[in-house]
Design a binder for this molecule. Structure first.
Ligand code: PLP
Length: 691
């Protein structure tokens, strides 16, 4: 008796837009609309907690929601075609553990049969019971009962259209994944048809009902009437049982030939829902559908392992985005996971500092050249904002010179075109200089004599610093009484453990780190000279509840331990080098230098595309990226590499990029990129490197 204390929901699927009999749910059955007739019968079930009418979210179905309310049951509008998703969402709404599926076009549905199948389900240890595998009841008495767990599994895994449209085929087709039994009638009545799909069905049902003396009729009553009037069956006996499902199967064939649609069915459905609930349907602009040729790309991922990810449609990709940088070792790394799990069992957040904070601080001070003291925050934006505040407090000045992207806080984003909501006075305090152009920095120092608090930059941009640039920058900055801040959110824990400052042997006054420090867990740090950092004790307010959150600290310590092993960085860097050499060579060989250049330094590098005349960089990038996706590579152009990527993975990236660049060359040659683009074009919300 596994299920007796759980919530049982009958979900009646119904919609107005039926292809064979549009509007049938409001058509007249024995003097009332079909939906009302069905609901009144379902309400007679003794074993059910909730009844939901689940319809599609098209406007024409609004009347069914009103009808549901009028009849005192729950109305729910969900996906039109992905009825499995509609059921899943409706069941979540009811918090149902047992789901009973009824279709709204079955006016004879028999509550005693519904209850019998639910009882059998409650007393059997199976995932699914129905009356129609094989069918013995007349068409129109179908009842299916299944666990919400089984439905969730199907919801997660089913991809072909018929499985999504007909809710349960994924469950009853897959004997190895689900346990099932059939609830059979003692006599095979499967040739009789009392469902309503066609106008003739409606005529037949109404004629039978006129001859039925009992209001709350049961199967036996209807069978008696049909047997007494066999001639009536001729009204609708030309129609096949399960014609709708058969048509869906035909669509599956068509669908399997159109590979792209097969690939993104769940992504498409989730994206449609997310667009209504979450601005840009993502928490990070650069992970949103605008950045991944919508319609020809996955929109949602489900899981990752090492260098691979799987999307919600179970397509596998080699991932060179790596969460936009945080994954340095690989997804779901066992050692890092175990460190997190061990910490979890002792607690996540505490009321006093914990020793782990000290251990991590000691480690960071050992590996980061500028770090005499450190402070933990949560994301890169926190860390850059804190460093800038410290510099302003230390120098007593307010102007900041910057180069690169530094996060979403007012101080920086006010200087970009995405500055809505940032006070104008704040916007005026930040000025941009050109990377590798010391003269541009000099000019700003001269224009803002005595006002500059700090120079902050991503120390490794484009192909890295020109010889002497960082040295001169440090000298100039100090000469004008300002502080030098390295924003190492990207370069830290990726180029080397100590970041770009270790690689280029230039020690800034302060630095911010984030992304790669904890293999995907959320942690960032401000590091720097003790005399500056100590201001946090003296009026510079940098404090956040989750700064010392313990699982991230445990993840960071383990990540650093793994990255410190002798072969770790050599492996990651060699993958990056192999890629950079190959992409540079391909660009040359294909004569694409005018349109494509390589941005970055190993292991964070890749092609960026340029607008030349009428050929737009976004179109070229879309063609390139969509080709990579077709070859099961996830990339945003400039790639990241992790410890668990292999040489074979890089070769697959190179092969896919080769095909992508061939198509880019073709688009340039024909002058018609649009003809090669299969989804929406890349539409970035902000240009990371241009700002
Ligand atoms: C160089 C740099 N600094 C700061 C940030 C902001 O980090 P976060 O997005 O974690 O706030 C980013 C994010 O991409 C970055 O690349």
């Amino acid at each position: 008796m596994r299920y007796t204390t759980m919530t049982t929901a009958i979900i009646i699927q119904a919609r107005m837009g039926s292809t064979r009999l549009p509007g049938k749910m409001m058509m007249n059955v024995a003097g009332i609309p079909l939906n009302e007739y069905v609901i009144s019968r379902v309400k007679q079930s003794q074993k059910v907690n909730t009844i939901i009418l689940a319809t599609g979210n098209g406007n024409e179905n609004a009347i069914l929601l009103q009808e549901a309310a009028r009849q005192g049951i729950v109305g729910f509008a969900g996906s039109e075609d992905d009825v499995l998703d509609r059921y899943y969402q409706a069941a979540l709404l009811a918090n149902a553990s047992i789901v009973v599926r009824i279709t709204g076009d079955c006016p004879f549905i028999d509550p005693t049969i519904i209850d019998a199948v639910i009882s059998l389900f409650e007393n059997s240890n199976v995932d699914y019971i129905s009356t129609n595998h094989p069918a013995t009841f007349p068409d129109g008495y179908d009842v299916e009962v299944f666990s919400s767990d089984a439905m969730e599994k199907a919801w997660k895994e089913a991809t072909i259209p018929s499985d999504r449209e007909h809710v349960t085929p994924y469950i009853w087709r897959n004997d190895t994944l689900f346990t099932k039994i059939n609830y059979a009638h003692n006599e095979d009545l499967s040739s009789l048809r009392v469902t309503i799909d066609e106008p003739e069905d409606l005529e037949f049902v109404n004629k039978i009902l006129k001859l039925t003396p009992i209001k709350n009729h049961r199967l036996t009553d209807i069978i008696s009437v049909i047997r007494a009037h066999p001639e009536l069956t001729q009204i609708n006996n030309e129609f096949e049982r399960n014609e709708g499902y058969a048509r869906s199967l035909a669509k599956d064939q068509e669908f399997s030939q159109v590979d792209d649609r097969k690939k993104w069915i769940r992504s498409t459905s989730l994206l449609a829902r997310a667009k209504k609930l979450i601005p840009t349907a993502s928490q990070t602009y650069s992970k949103s559908y605008n950045y991944f040729c919508e319609g020809a790309s996955p929109a949602f991922l489900a899981k990752g392992k090492n260098g691979y990810v799987w999307d919600v449609d179970r397509n596998q990709f080699i991932d060179f985005v790596l969460g936009l940088g945080p994954i340095t070792i690989g997804y779901a790394n066992e050692e890092v996971n175990n460190a997190i799990i061990n910490q979890l069992s002792n607690g996540i957040s505490f009321s006093l500092p914990i020793e782990l904070e000290l251990k991590l601080a000691e480690k960071l001070i050992e590996i980061i050249p500028c770090a005499e003291m450190v402070k933990f925050v949560k994301n890169g934006s926190d860390a850059t904002a804190a460093a800038v505040r410290l510099a302003r407090a230390y120098t007593g000045k307010e102007v900041v010179l910057c180069s690169g992207y530094h996060g979403y806080q007012d101080w920086y984003i006010g200087s970009t075109e995405n500055n809505k909501g940032v006070p104008v006075d704040v916007q005026k305090l930040v000025k941009k200089f050109e990377y590798n152009n010391i003269e541009s920095v000099k000019k700003l120092f001269e224009d803002h004599q005595g006002d500059v608090a700090a120079v902050i930059l991503e120390p490794c941009q484009a192909e890295g610093p020109n010889k002497g640039f960082l040295e001169k920058l440090k000298e100039l900055t100090h000469q004008y009484g300002a502080l030098l801040i390295f924003d190492e959110v990207v370069s830290g824990f990726r180029m080397a453990l100590g970041g770009a400052q270790e690689v280029y042997a230039i020690t800034p006054d302060l630095a911010s780190f984030g992304k790669g420090i904890a293999n995907g867990a959320s942690l960032s740090i401000i590091a720097g000279r003790a005399d500056i950092m100590k201001l946090i004790d003296h009026g510079v307010f940098i404090s956040t509840t989750f700064g010392g959150e313990a699982t991230c600290l445990a993840a960071a310590l383990k990540t650093i331990e793994i990255l410190e092993r002798p072969n770790s960085f050599p492996h990651i860097l060699s993958l990056g080098n192999k890629w950079i050499n190959a992409i540079k060579q391909m660009i040359e060989e294909k004569g694409l230098r005018e349109y494509v250049e390589v941005y970055g330094v190993s292991p964070h590098a890749g092609p960026t595309f340029k607008t030349v005349g009428p050929i737009h960089s976004h179109d070229l990038f879309t063609i390139y990226q969509q080709t990579l996706i077709e070859n099961n590579i996830l990339s945003v152009g400039v790639n990241n590499f992790c410890l668990t990527h292999t040489d074979e993975d890089i070769q697959k990236l190179i092969d896919a990029a080769n095909k992508g660049l061939d198509l880019v060359a073709q688009a340039i040659k024909t002058g018609d990129p649009d003809s090669l683009i299969k989804g929406e074009k890349f539409r970035p919300i902000f240009g990371r490197r241009s700002s």
